[in-house]
Design a protein around this ligand. Structure first.
Ligand code: SF4
Ligand code: SF4
Length: 322
């Protein structure tokens, strides 16, 4: 069902189905805000999750209202609203290390900082429900990467071993924390300048590597595909996500346009031919694929399933990876 807002305008239709999804997503964040506020009495949690839910909802509403060619602006709006807020207010002003190393330190120390809540909600519990929506709609690294000039590399991904670098990165990151903890007795007892230095240094390093890689490999999301350590968590949990992209077998015409626009090189067509939703744990819910090809041939929906194989377009040919 559609509501006409203005005749003969590309901005004219707001789908009630989109409103339903938007309200579910915003509602979950608002619920988390109220539950945490009630449990801890901390106003920051109330504000934080109300703000994030509303920003995401604003981005999704903008996405729904814009014409196809401009829809990505809704996603970028959400990225900016959330990414800048998290880096500036939680990171720089509250002096919390929002990097994965900060999360590990806070957990080990038993210091219940905002970074811990952030990781538990956005990176652990969130992907079980919203898939890797974080990666397209909220990540402060991707917020910058998505303005670079290579939305996707037409040749596909580098061989699988390059994708394993992110697990090595994750292991090194954890190893560093354990060495500092056990060998040097490093402890975090409060937010401090040291945490701020971690945050600034870590992000500067991530942004530098991500931008160099994007230009070298002509792929804005190269960092996400090969280096980002957070994917080690995201990929495990998003496998069981309730919300995933799905093809409508009656409308899907196999023209291949969706695959040509997918920034994560997913073989969308093969999932649909297999009668499955897009089960790849590489899907970042960018929604790029639903705006090409026949209208409504692809759409995100709710359901229960779990991916076993990654179907990806690789530079040396398609690969089915368990
Ligand atoms: S893979 Fe990592 S850097 Fe890329 S969008 Fe996701 S969290 Fe951000
Ligand atoms: S499958 Fe669709 S929603 Fe998922 S990353 Fe690719 S283009 Fe984006």
């Amino acid at each position: 069902m559609e509501i006409t807002l203005k005749n003969k305008s590309p901005y004219k239709k707001f789908r009630l189905s989109a409103l339903k999804t938007l309200l579910i997503i915003m509602g979950i964040f608002w619920l988390v805000a109220i539950v945490l506020w009630q449990a801890t009495g901390a106003n920051l949690y109330l504000f934080n999750f109300l703000y994030i839910g509303t920003s995401l909802g604003t981005g999704l509403a903008t996405y729904s209202l814009l014409p196809k060619s401009k829809k990505h602006r809704g996603r970028k709006l959400s990225q900016l609203l959330i990414g800048i807020y998290m880096l500036s207010l939680l990171g720089l002003l509250s002096r919390q290390n929002m990097q994965i190393e900060g999360f590990s330190f806070y957990l080990l120390t038993g210091f219940f900082a905002g970074a811990v809540i952030h990781y538990l909600v956005a990176k652990v519990a969130g992907p079980r429900v919203f898939n890797r929506m974080w990666c397209s709609w909220a990540c402060w690294t991707a917020m910058v990467l998505d303005y670079l000039p290579f939305p996707r590399n037409k040749s596909g991904r580098l061989p699988t071993r390059w994708g394993n670098l992110r697990y090595i990165h994750f292991a090194l990151s954890l190893g560093l924390i354990l060495v500092l903890w056990f060998a040097f007795g490093y402890r975090v007892r409060s937010t401090s300048m040291t945490e701020l230095h971690w945050l600034v240094g870590g992000n500067a390093l991530y942004y530098s590597i991500a931008i160099i890689l994007a230009f070298r490999l002509k792929d804005n999301r190269a960092f996400c595909k090969y280096i980002c350590p957070i994917t080690a968590i995201l990929k495990v949990i998003s496998r069981f996500s309730l919300y995933k992209m799905a093809g409508d077998a009656e409308k899907y015409n196999d023209c291949g346009a969706c695959e040509k626009t997918c920034p994560m090189d997913i073989r969308i067509t093969d999932y649909i031919k297999n009668g499955q939703r897009v089960l790849s744990t590489e899907c970042s819910l960018s929604y790029s694929c639903e705006n090409v090809g026949l209208p409504k041939a692809l759409k995100a929906n709710w359901g229960f399933d779990c991916g076993t194989k990654e179907l990806l377009n690789m530079r040396n040919g398609p690969v089915d990876k368990s």
